[in-house]
Design a protein around this ligand. Structure first.
Ligand SMILES: [Zn+2]
Length: 401
């Protein structure tokens, strides 16, 4: 059947229907068919207690976008909020690793933050919400990361309430960054935010000039962050990767994600033996570069011993304050001339790079989808967060029906 004639027929039908005042909704500014009057959000109302609340879907401003949420990953930050509310956000709609489909747009919305066109039906993710900070922009690349900027899912509650991705609808307000990612499948889109953290870390590592095509690299910690780190390194063509963790299941998965060797620290008594195991994993060499992906101060202290003289280190494990770590400045830094960088969240450019990374990872057969080990419907969000706190599985996600 000729697709163009079908489209024309559709358009004619719509025009005729419009004359009768019963036009099916379509196009910018007009409500699409099938949008309910109310949305549901998972509101964290007290510690360890989400309640599903229903609110009216508001009128959209000319720069706003209404997104039907398809899914959202559960982040360590969500787990901390759930358990302790360290950011004093309660009541709050959490969820910042979300994605969904545009169902309605204000008339001014034409393009995403990378200049791609936006239309109803497109799949999107958001990054940060612009504040009055000229140093954080899409076009002044890598000047500053988004640390301190607002993101949906970590906003205080307001009259609109549709502020987080643990919901069935979210309103993306004008001034936010939004990316058209219609060419990625749902699980890939749910993984964009955590993957951007690793794209940024590797970009930071590259600034040392030490991380190269044939480097020997240690990745310490095989939670989702460490595992994605291995995947990013693999897509860059780094072949010599040793994964260090205390759980055999995670180490086995690290091999699937592209690690070449694993070291289970529980099998080695004392740091000397552990460093020796890392060294033999590289055939008698220490690492050129190391990524520290755990939140353990002891792990930070240990990692210097895995690195050769003149090597480099990227520390990205401490997304919350895990306490002080002891190092020996003489042995660990000065005499070895180790170049250290810290890494924190990402820039907008890293976000755009992440889309390509996800395609490449799939292209070379890395099982990225397997990172999402649990998918819960929105109404089971309390169980989802408890599963995360029990450290079961890897990435837990809320997936809407
Ligand atoms: Zn996160």
């Amino acid at each position: 059947m000729d697709i163009n004639s079908v489209n024309i027929e559709e358009i004619v039908k719509q025009v005729l229907a419009g004359m009768n005042g019963t036009a099916p909704a379509a196009g910018a500014g007009t409500p699409a068919a099938g949008i309910p009057k109310t949305a549901h959000v998972a509101m964290l109302t007290s510690l360890e207690n989400f309640e599903i609340k229903e609110y009216p879907i508001p009128e959209l401003g000319d720069d706003d976008i209404l997104v039907k949420v398809e899914g959202c990953g559960v982040c360590g930050t969500d787990a901390h909020e759930f358990r302790k509310d360290p950011f004093s956000l309660i009541p709050v709609v959490l969820g910042h690793e979300g994605t969904g489909e545009i169902v309605k747009m204000g008339k001014n919305v034409k393009k995403d933050s990378a200049g791609k066109t936006l239309a109803i039906g497109d799949k999107v993710v958001t990054c940060m919400i612009f504040k009055d900070n000229p140093d954080i922009t899409m076009f002044d690349l890598n000047k500053q990361n988004v640390g301190g900027a607002d993101v949906y899912g970590l906003l205080p509650d307001d009259d609109m309430h549709l502020n987080g991705w643990f919901s069935d609808y979210i309103v993306i307000r004008g001034g936010s960054t939004v990316f058209n990612v219609s060419d990625l499948d749902l699980y890939s889109r749910v993984l964009i935010e955590p993957c951007a953290v690793l794209i940024h870390a590797v970009e930071r590592a590259k600034t040392t000039g030490i991380l190269r095509f044939n480097s020997r690299v240690v990745v310490q910690g095989c939670g989702p962050i460490g595992l994605i780190c291995i995947a990013v390194l693999r897509t860059m063509g780094i072949e010599n990767i040793t994964a260090v963790d205390g759980e055999q299941k995670r180490l086995d998965f690290a091999l699937q994600m592209g690690a070449t060797k694993t070291v289970n620290f529980k099998e080695h008594k004392g740091i000397e033996a552990l460093a020796g195991a890392v060294e033999s994993s590289f055939g008698g060499h220490l690492a050129d570069f190391a990524f520290q992906c755990t939140g353990s101060p002891v792990a930070h202290s240990n990692i210097y011993k895995f690195i050769r003289n003149g090597g480099g280190l990227c520390e990205l494990g401490f997304f919350i304050n895990g306490g002080d770590a002891t190092i020996n400045p003489h042995f660990d830094i000065c005499s070895k001339e180790i170049t250290t960088v810290g890494s924190w969240v990402y820039t907008l450019r890293d976000y755009a790079t992440t889309f390509d990374f996800l395609k490449r990872a799939k292209g070379i057969g890395l099982p990225m989808d397997k990172l999402i080990t649990h998918a819960f419907p929105l109404e089971d969000i309390n169980e989802a967060l408890k599963t995360n706190l029990r450290m079961e599985g890897l990435k837990i996600a809320i997936i809407n029906k």
